[in-house]
Design a protein around this ligand. Structure first.
Ligand code: CP
Length: 338
């Protein structure tokens, strides 16, 4: 859990963060894919997030004067809440747009809606959408930085960053670690980003799932090993990472039944014990209890890091917003694409 820097005032905490940042910026203007980030960028984000986590929910002024729009055209609990809380925690003015409240309902295009939001001077637009590639497409039309908060089946980069932080918090490194991901990689944007970041940081990714969930060429593209026998995939794992069966994206059409899937691939205590003694259990949420994993494991098992992932989400998302909205001169940047 968070260890607050009790002795530090908000101003001292801000100064500490500015010192750790040491005039460094990300090499990218937008974060729509893990591919936008260099290894140095990822280390910068993790370093700052570590310190940001220590400030807990204390109000800081690092983003005073910044406007951040959270445009969530698809439902979210964790991602939306943590982006908004983190933005407020850093002093930004945060504005929320949803599918039901936006002019998209009146037939306005996503491009026009996003250009309108940018015209109000938003430094950062955080966007979730059911359409793969939409955030990337919109970067071509607005001067604001865009953070992809999940697009269709494609990517969810802030999730992968908080996952890596969770793994490193426990294991100290990702290098050489075996991560066994279990579930529907076909429809999972979390898989898209986690697979990319693990490859970048030198981890080894195994996937356990029915072959019907395996996209063509995925083994070669992401350098992963596919198992249809979950027991074999779990032996020697340092991280057991369960994914949700995404019924709203049609996952049900790829398996005989949820009951059958759960019997063959659901994480049970017995299966978890096949992983290394020091292994951790992760899930991006929302968890479908007793389908993805046995209910008793979700938050109560010693190995579970599900709520640590949630907590790390605040620190990672605050860091992304700060690094994109604020440049090294210590001022909130004017909203221009550079
Ligand atoms: N992991 C994740 O993206 O959860 P939400 O859909 O609740 O944001």
């Amino acid at each position: 859990m968070t260890s607050l820097h009790i002795g530090l005032s908000a101003q001292e905490q801000e100064e500490k963060l500015i010192k750790i940042r040491n005039n460094r910026d990300l090499s990218t203007f937008d974060v729509v894919s893990i591919d936008d980030l260099t290894v140095e960028d990822i280390h910068l984000i993790l370093e700052i997030a570590d310190e940001m986590k220590k400030s807990g929910t204390r109000k800081l002024g690092l983003l005073k004067g910044a406007t951040i729009v959270n445009a969530f055209y698809e439902n979210s609990t964790r991602t939306k809440t943590s982006f908004e809380m983190a933005g407020k925690h850093l002093g930004a003015d945060t504005i929320n747009i949803s599918g039901s409240s936006s002019s998209a309902k009146k037939g306005e295009s996503y491009q026009d809606t996003t250009m309108t939001l940018a015209a109000y001077g938003a430094q950062v637009i955080v966007m979730r959408s059911e359409y793969s590639g939409l955030p990337e497409q919109l970067t071509k039309h607005v001067p604001s930085s865009i953070i992809n908060a999940g697009d269709g089946w494609h990517e969810h980069p802030s999730q992968a960053l908080l996952d890596v932080k969770t793994i490193i918090d426990h294991h100290g490194t990702l290098e050489g670690k075996i991560i066994t991901m279990v579930g529907d990689i076909m429809h999972s944007r979390v898989f898209g980003s986690v697979a990319r970041i693990i490859k970048k940081l030198g981890g080894k990714l195994r996937v356990a799932c029915p072959l019907t969930f395996v996209p063509e060429n995925v083994e070669k593209v992401f350098d992963i090993e596919i198992f249809t026998d979950i027991e074999k995939a779990l032996i020697g794992a340092d991280v057991v990472y369960s994914l949700r069966v995404q019924e709203e994206r049609g996952s049900g059409g790829f398996i005989p039944s949820l009951r059958e899937y759960s019997k063959t691939f659901g994480i049970t205590k017995k299966r978890l014990e096949l992983a290394n003694e020091n292994a951790i259990l992760m899930h991006p949420g929302p968890v479908i209890r007793d389908i993805d994993m046995h209910s008793a494991l979700v938050t109560l098992d010693d190995k579970s890091r599900v709520l640590d992932q949630v907590e790390n989400g605040m620190a990672i998302r605050g860091t992304l917003q700060w690094l994109l909205a604020d440049r090294c001169d210590g001022k909130v940047k004017s909203c221009i694409r550079i």
